[in-house]
Write a protein that binds this ligand. Structure first.
Ligand code: NAI
Length: 380
């Protein structure tokens, strides 16, 4: 049911109320008429969307895809308890990976009449789904926008660390054209453990097989397309940890996967292993990772995500001191490369994110709610 239908139904229920005098009926009807087209809609009747944590590249891709269909209100601040009031007067909010949508935020959104949370990403670990369901707020996401973007960045990190490209770039710029310390290894023939063989994991495996790597895969629900690939074996997580030269993480963040790479997992790894995480920071216990790097157990690490990245990644802190001691220590290692959650950032991915989010909004405008929405995120 869309808003117009809902208001018409309300009006007919009003008419059917017994003992309602004409004056009250006229007053309530007038109020309903007035509110029609106003709550969460702009003067042209366009649905109003509060777009949190908006960056220049988001605005460019969404403006292009939107073509003025919806009233997009870009807000540079991320959604959290302090900023949730900015959603007042909007029908829906659009958020990204580091916006906070916990129970307290959901309560504020619901009080302001927000009826949909549209995630412009795949992961939804930052949204309290139970609170949304209890408040009648639908939650949608963009389940896939470019697994290639993330997979290719993942491989980029592997090559950068293996061939010391980060050192070569700096050295050569200073005229230090010396090769000592830059020796890498052939990817061909190496064993790569891929944890999570969904859309992104599968693309990573495709590329690795092209290099001639041997892939050990681990997944709670093995992917038949991956099982069929020559050069891939599904194994238990223990085997993946102990046999792999490179380990790359592509599982979502859930209570089960939080800190799946902890002290004991690291202890089981090969000496000098390379660890790549382009999924979610909390998959890795960062303090344990630092210990592993200090002892040499971990040979190198490529991280596009970090446990405490909210408030750091996506922000310009170049004029401030870095107050996060754990991140500072992590970045002080010369065998660690940190990128700030940029694996998704390609033109193709941004365009797909905008298209799917606006499709989600379109379905919502047509009156679809909850599970009726194609890309609904529901409590499992
Ligand atoms: P997907 O849903 O297609 O694949 C996830 C796979 O993990 C599935 O095969 C699933 O069976 C498996 N899995 C789930 N729980 C598991 C568990 N407890 N143990 C073992 N396997 C488990 O997801 P997709 O699209 O491949 O994305 C993976 C993750 O990548 C996302 O959840 C997100 O956190 C991250 N991501 C990071 C981006 C970035 O810019 N760095 C961008 C997009 C996604």
């Amino acid at each position: 049911m869309n808003d117009t239908e809902r208001l018409t139904a309300l009006e007919s229920r009003l008419k059917s109320l017994e003992g309602l005098d004409k004056e009250t009926f006229d007053r309530v009807s007038a109020a309903l008429d007035q509110s029609q087209g106003r709550l969460g809609y702009d003067a042209q009747g366009r649905l109003k969307l509060a777009f949190f944590d908006a960056k220049s590249y988001d605005m460019a891709s969404f403006d292009r895809a939107n073509a003025d269909r919806y009233d997009l209100h870009y807000i540079s601040a991320a959604l959290d308890r302090d900023t949730a009031d900015a959603a007042k007067g909007h029908k829906a909010v659009c958020i990204f990976v580091n916006d906070v949508c916990d129970a307290a935020v959901v309560e504020t959104l619901a009080a302001h009449g927000v009826e949909m949370v549209a995630l412009r990403c795949a992961g939804f670990n930052n949204v309290d789904l139970a609170a949304c369901e209890a408040s009648g707020i639908s939650v949608v996401r963009v389940p896939a926008y470019s697994p290639y973007a993330v997979a290719e960045h993942t491989i980029g990190l592997m090559l950068m660390l293996n061939r010391h490209l980060h050192h070569a770039y700096i050295r050569n710029r200073h005229g230090y054209f010396v090769l000592d310390g830059l020796t890498g290894f052939d990817m061909h023939g190496k064993i790569v453990g891929v944890a999570g063989t969904g859309k992104i994991g599968q693309c990573v495996i495709d590329i690795l097989l092209g290099f001639g790597c041997k892939v050990l895969a681990f997944d709670a629900f093995p992917n038949p397309a991956v099982s069929a690939m020559v050069g891939v074996d599904y194994v238990e997580s223990d085997q993946l940890l102990s046999l792999s030269d490179i380990i790359t993480l592509h599982v979502p963040l859930t209570p089960d996967t939080r800190h799946m790479i902890d002290r004991s997992a690291i202890a089981r790894m090969k000496d000098g292993v390379m660890l790549i995480n382009t999924s979610r920071g909390e998959l890795v216990d960062t303090r344990a990772l630092i210990e592993g790097l200090k002892s040499g157990k971990i040979g190198s690490a490529g991280l596009d995500v970090y446990e405490e990245e909210a408030g750091i990644f996506f922000h310009n802190l170049s004029h401030k001191v870095l107050t996060d001691d754990v991140l500072a220590r992590l970045m002080s290692f010369n065998n660690v490369v940190v990128t700030s959650h940029q694996a998704f950032l390609t033109h193709e991915a941004l365009s797909n994110i905008a298209d799917t989010t606006l499709q989600n909004l379109g379905e919502f405008s047509e009156g679809k709610r909850g599970a009726e929405l194609t890309n609904a995120v529901r409590l499992s």
